[in-house]
Design a protein around this ligand. Structure first.
Ligand code: C5P
Length: 285
């Protein structure tokens, strides 16, 4: 096998609780990840050179060693003394630096793909070890699960056996927001901290959309809004348009609405001006 094509989906965070700052500078999180239908396509092709090269037509995707896919391939190539080269082609549909973990998902796809292409024989736990060295959100994408609980930096994954299929309108302003900048702005208020994960999970399990809508939450929201106070209008606009619940994903700026159906999500999309935002109708994958 010389070539492999993989789908690389995005995620949303239905809850993102920040529990505190850790001695290593990262934040301790408790989050519910949802895998969604918006996806990039990654093609891995073996070659006879001794280089890893990246191709992507999207102007904001780095083609250098800064790209997480490069880090993923370089780690495996070095550890397994692989001498051949690799072309990584990315068709980018997931907005970049948008709270959707597109780059992390691409890296996970490369780890899983190279495990097959180079016949490395790694199990999920071993791949997870590589994933956590690349980024906090990479590990989630190694698991074939619609929902998972993330703890630690977000890299400790427990799969959740939940069958509910959700529909969303996902709105991404045409600006990039860097995770580190958002965490820097965070003012931790740890008194009376609610366990938002365990409040949400029974409603998600039952598919109780009304209560689910009321229990979406993201502790990074004040930090996101301190960088871009104008984004509060997106939240208001979605709620005024009839969205049941609205929440930022990850470190933003993507914001998603919980819709009652695909039709409802499509009707919400019609209200957004594509000059300033990208708007996607997505479902649980
Ligand atoms: O792990 P990742 O590369 O995605 O993290 C990017 C940045 O986001 C980190 O350098 C850190 O500043 C911040 N971060 C954090 N706590 C986390 C995850 C990320 O403070 N759990």
């Amino acid at each position: 096998m010389d070539r492999l094509t993989l789908q690389s989906p995005a995620k949303l965070n239905l809850v993102l609780d920040v529990l505190g700052k850790r001695p290593d500078g990262f934040h301790e999180l408790r989050t519910v990840f949802e895998r969604i239908s918006l996806a990039d396509t990654i093609t891995l092709t073996r070659n006879k050179s001794d280089k890893i090269s990246i191709r992507c037509a999207h102007p904001h995707v780095p083609l250098s060693s800064k790209n997480l896919v490069f880090k993923a391939a370089a780690l495996l190539r070095q550890d397994f003394s692989i001498s051949e080269g690799l072309d990584i082609n990315i068709i980018k549909n997931i907005p970049v630096a948008a709270g959707l973990a597109g780059g992390s998902s691409n890296a996970a796809a490369v780890l899983s793909g190279l495990n097959r292409l180079w016949q490395l024989g790694l199990g999920t736990q071993e791949l997870a070890g590589y994933a956590s060295r690349i980024g906090s959100d990479v590990t989630f994408f190694l698991y074939d699960t619609s929902y998972a609980l993330g703890t630690g930096r977000g890299e400790l994954i427990r799969q959740l056996d939940i069958k509910t299929k959700l529909w969303h309108l996902l709105v991404t302003p045409r600006v990039k927001m860097y995770t580190a900048d958002v965490f820097t702005r965070l003012k931790l208020n740890l008194t009376n901290k609610k366990d938002n994960v365990n409040i949400l999970l029974p409603f998600l399990r039952k598919g109780d959309l009304v209560r689910l809508a009321g229990s979406l939450s993201n502790d990074l929201e004040p930090a996101i809004l301190s960088l871009r106070p104008d984004f509060v209008y997106l939240k208001r606009k979605l709620l005024d348009a009839g969205a049941a619940g609205v929440c930022f994903s990850g470190s933003g700026p993507s914001i998603f609405a919980l819709a009652e159906s695909q039709k409802h999500a499509l009707s919400l999309r019609a209200k957004f001006d594509r000059r300033y935002t990208q708007a996607f109708v997505v479902s649980t994958l």
